[in-house]
Ligand binder design. Structure first.
Ligand SMILES: Nc1ncnc2c1ncn2[C@@H]1O[C@H](COP(=O)(O)OP(=O)(O)O)[C@@H](O)[C@H]1O
Ligand SMILES: [Mg+2]
Length: 480
């Protein structure tokens, strides 16, 4: 007989993916996190899903009143219909109000534990949320007392066959007793304030006794009406067998310089200072893909949508009235409001749901700002690029940088992990500023080493003749 514990869906599909199916049926779980991290929200979501599945759901609240809970639900436009809510405010024993404050009695805590266990069994609940364990801890005389009561509670809850989420606020800094050790599964929620923009929320499964889960931190977000979890990316787990696609830029001279088309499975970095023509060049390739009927995802951190649209109008031959092609997915991302996990999730949705075969990130500098706090920046980027390669997607990464390629610094360091590099730059000659383009690296096949003039016209990018040596001799690279 298999001893494997079956799982119970939480109502948050991506959290279930992290948990490899959901929480463990008929087991006790601890959801811990500081106030405001979303424990109550998660608990309500879990019970609402139970109601939808026709299960009996019980919310035991020790800290918030029913009215406060209804407020939280209303905030999300959720209905608590079908959820049995029981308010169990630990009251001082009759006749000894002052005693509670000074010294809780042994019996008080065991009475509370008793009441909770009785409630759960008399309700015949399948899903239970207990919010929060802090109130129980406050009643305990010392850690040994608390531990005894928790183990008693766990045993009595286990006997009911309910799947339980215990919420814990982590408000006491010195945690005398690890509640974690008494339960089967532990999920930690965290909220990190950033110096600017939205706080970053992330969660981690600390343990799932006897069960598999995706380890590490996963970003999540709370929106009106939903909790979104963004499982961290493991490139290895993804693979797609699709025929290779090749895209020419159709810019005269450029395809020859690049040694042919760009191909799916390859990443290309376009580097150069601001305004030199990187986005326009990327759009040429995008256009070629879109016209061949493939889906393209364009993620822009820097430009607002109207600027990009007007470029599209210009370079994609659209008039103002025509909507952008159905297979061109423009995503404007606000770097101060998104977590790395959410960004990667958006990329994945385009690749997996829309079958996008080309992804453009404009620019990586702004994305680096999103993941600045991450120590493993290069590793994360590598994971994303490997994922795109495994999924047979062509990627173009735009990096703004100054005059010379310095791989000891971001974003130039990223050029090490991309397959191809095209460099765009300014130079001065005579009394004029000129632009030049060259292919610095191509992992597969030969390419031209020529430096050629580059100009941007109404029709997009144009490649001019090779830059003559004397022009470059007096060259003065301009910083962006
Ligand atoms: N409509 C909403 N949109 C976005 N975030 C919300 C919304 N309503 C509540 N929140 C966020 O949810 C969090 C509150 O979650 P809650 O479950 O009460 O936390 P906890 O129980 O851990 O103290 C707060 O950080 C709040 O900003
Ligand atoms: Mg709460």
């Amino acid at each position: 007989m298999s001893t494997e514990v079956t799982r119970l869906a939480t109502g948050i599909p991506e959290l279930d993916a992290v948990l490899r199916g959901g929480v463990m049926r008929q087991r006790i779980h601890l959801i811990e996190g500081r106030p405001g991290t979303g424990k109550t929200t998660l608990g309500l979501r879990y019970l609402m899903h139970g109601v939808k599945c026709g299960e009996k759901c019980l919310y035991v609240t020790l800290s918030e009143t029913v009215r406060e809970l209804e407020g939280t639900a209303a905030n999300h436009k959720w209905s608590l219909d079908g959820i049995q809510i029981e308010e169990l405010m630990p009251l001082p024993p009759e006749g000894h109000p002052e005693q509670t404050i000074l010294l809780p009695t042994d019996s008080e805590l065991s009475t509370l534990v008793d009441r909770i266990a009785n409630l759960v069994s008399s309700a015949g609940a399948d899903r239970v949320v207990i919010d929060s364990m802090v109130e129980i801890r406050l009643l305990a005389r010392d850690s040994a007392h608390y531990r005894r009561q928790i183990i008693d509670l766990r045993q009595r809850l286990s006997a009911t066959g309910a799947t339980v989420l215990m919420l814990d606020d982590l408000t006491s800094d010195t945690r005398e007793f690890e509640l974690q050790s008494a339960v089967h599964g532990v999920l930690t929620l965290e909220q990190i304030e950033r110096s600017f923009g939205a706080a970053r929320r992330r969660l981690r499964v600390v343990k799932m006794r006897g069960g598999d889960f995706q380890s590490g931190w996963h970003d999540y977000a709370i929106l009106t009406g939903e909790v979104l979890v963004f499982p961290s990316l493991i490139a290895q787990e993804h693979h797609r067998d699709e025929p290779e696609i090749h895209a020419l830029s159709h810019v005269e001279g450029l395809d020859e310089m690049f040694g042919g088309p760009m191909s799916t499975g390859c990443s290309t970095m376009l580097i150069g200072p601001s305004g030199v023509g990187k986005s326009t060049l990327a759009l040429q390739y995008a256009l070629s893909m879109v016209q061949a009927g493939h889906h393209v995802g364009y993620f822009t951190f820097d430009e607002d949508e109207s600027t990009l649209r007007s470029r599209l109008v210009m370079h994609m031959g659209l008039d103002e009235q025509t909507r952008q092609p159905r297979n061109f997915h423009l995503n404007r991302i606000n770097p101060s409001r998104i977590s790395p996990g959410e960004f990667i999730w958006k990329v994945r949705r385009l690749v997996e749901d829309q079958n996008a075969r080309m992804i453009i990130i404009d620019s990586i500098n702004s994305y680096i700002d999103v993941i600045r706090e991450e120590k493993s920046l290069l590793l994360q980027m590598n994971e994303l690029f490997s994922y795109l390669a495994n999924m047979n997607v062509m990627s173009i990464i735009i990096g703004a940088h100054s005059a010379s390629l310095d791989t000891s610094k971001e974003p130039d360091a990223l050029s090490i992990i991309t397959d191809n590099i095209i460099s765009l730059r300014y130079f001065e000659s005579g009394s004029m500023v000129h632009k030049a383009i060259c292919v610095l690296k191509k992992r597969q096949g030969p390419h031209s080493l020529e430096i050629r003039h580059l100009s941007l016209t109404e029709d997009g990018v144009q490649i001019g003749p090779p830059v003559v040596p004397h022009a470059l001799a007096g060259e003065m690279p301009l910083e962006c």
